[in-house]
Ligand binder design. Structure first.
Ligand code: HAM
Length: 427
């Protein structure tokens, strides 16, 4: 067969999908406890949303979007990230008019970026994220950061480093931007083509260039923290004080600029330290985006959020050898022999499943020996045997596969008996 999975995507197969379900259940639960409500937006949006939201000069918009025309000639794009889409939905559904502000939202879902695939860098990847829109209170910045840290903690991941920066408000950014242009301009021909075109459009992005990261000018470039006005400085200070109060460690790195255009004030990343992660050590990225809601046609409403990728989280858990409890084994495998007992078995399965018991039978016409083997492979806690003779007598033979104990009973008693036994085993 020549048809293969597209580059940079993956199948999540049984055995692994349980791990996804496990981290998903922690994610939903943590969002519930922090009082965030789930939002689901489409996989594709109008291309213009990302051009305006994420920013025309970003790598994402310039090089990484899956953009196509539909049959009516509209330009659509598979979402490369969730923030712009959530903001679009917030505006379109007039959520700014709801009595409960800020709007605390969370999401999970696939994102698409045409990147060079490598371990931890996919073309389709799943993000868990949150967005809080409508408040510029530093305590919401601290809450959002703590939600991410708390989530990782509950998955069992260790060795995390929270890196924090402030990108300042509009005024501070403008002053910093001018300083960057003054600083880089005389030497810009020593930088890559991308940086040359970034100089006037978005000089902050030069600091994030992978190609020129070792250029000596990078180390001594003007730091945003020196250009923060009083208000931005105070804001950043308060966020740090709140994190201190919450007992969350962090490191301030003025070089953290983030790859999307909408950020201002608080910006953060959560990295993982230790062997085995190579260049891909950033697990989470986020920050504040006051101004994005207006950019997308809404009223003035400041926002903050983050997103993390599940692929990187699972890689990190695996590298650290964190055991993920996966639900193993079937409760009951039904072994039957003969046509009528098999029909009876089909009805019995329905009854067991309705009672919350996981149960299965053979569909491959296997002999009894083969059916017992299947029960073993599925790690069934019980097998229930219904042969011709038992069926005639309205009886069934139940075996506890752990203790080897066997018991014959009335068919009508099976569900109640198994429910009680399984409850006892779980206690
Ligand atoms: P981002 O930094 O572009 O931010 O992505 C956030 C996280 O998504 C990264 O830290 C990384 O874990 C994961 N990620 C990004 N690209 C890939 C990829 N190709 N393969 C696997 N994982 C990837 C955003 O997307 C912003 N929307 C975050 C945000 C929300 N800011 C405010 N609110």
């Amino acid at each position: 067969m020549d048809i293969r999975i597209p580059r940079g995507t993956q199948d999540i197969l049984p055995g692994t999908s349980e791990k996804w379900q496990y981290v998903e259940s922690i994610w939903h639960d943590i969002c519930r406890r922090f009082n965030y409500a789930e939002i689901r937006t489409p996989i594709f949006e109008q291309t213009e949303l990302f051009q305006r939201g994420v920013g025309d000069t970003t790598d994402i918009v310039q090089k990484e979007m899956y953009t196509f025309k539909d049959r009516s000639g509209r330009s659509l794009t598979l979402r490369p990230e969730g923030t712009a889409a959530v903001v679009r939905s917030f505006v379109e559904n007039k959520r700014f008019g709801l009595p409960n502000q800020p709007d605390k939202l969370y999401y999970t879902g696939p994102m698409f970026r045409y990147e060079r695939p490598q371990s931890g860098r996919m073309r389709q990847f799943v993000q868990f994220g949150v967005e809080v829109i409508g408040s510029a209170d530093p305590s919401i910045d601290a809450e959002v950061i703590s939600l991410a840290m708390e989530f990782y903690k509950e998955t069992g991941l260790k060795g995390l480093k929270l890196v924090l920066n402030s990108l300042g408000d509009q005024e501070s950014r403008k002053a910093h931007r001018e300083a960057l242009i003054r600083y880089f301009k005389p030497h810009i021909d020593e930088f890559c083509e991308d940086c040359q075109s970034r100089l006037e459009k978005n000089p902050l992005r030069i600091l994030d260039c992978k190609e020129d990261k070792d250029h000596p000018l990078m180390k001594t470039a003007p730091s945003i923290l020196e250009y923060l006005n009083e208000e931005s400085r105070q804001y950043f200070q308060t966020v740090q004080e709140l994190l201190d109060k919450m007992g969350i460690d962090y490191e301030v790195d003025p070089g953290l600029v983030r790859g999307l255009d909408y950020y201002n004030n608080t910006a953060f990343e959560i990295m993982i330290e230790g062997e085995g992660f190579g260049a891909i050590s950033t697990l989470t990225g986020g920050g504040r985006y006051n101004g994005l809601v207006e950019e997308i046609g809404g009223p003035e409403a400041p926002g903050i959020g983050f997103a993390l990728s599940v692929e990187r989280l699972l890689m990190a858990l695996e590298t650290q050898g964190v055991e993920i409890p996966v639900n193993q084994g079937l409760d009951c495998y039904l072994v039957t022999q003969g046509e009528e007992p098999d029909k009876e078995g089909t009805a019995l399965l329905t009854e067991l499943r309705r009672a919350g018991i996981s149960a299965d039978k053979d569909y491959m016409n296997k002999k009894m020996k083969g059916q017992f083997k299947a029960a073993d492979r599925l790690q069934a806690s019980f097998t229930a045997v219904l042969g011709e003779e038992e069926w005639q007598a309205g009886r069934i033979n139940v075996k506890n596969m752990n203790s080897g104990e066997q018991q014959e009973m009335d068919i009508t008693e099976l569900t109640t008996y198994l429910s009680a036994q399984l409850k006892e085993e779980k206690e």
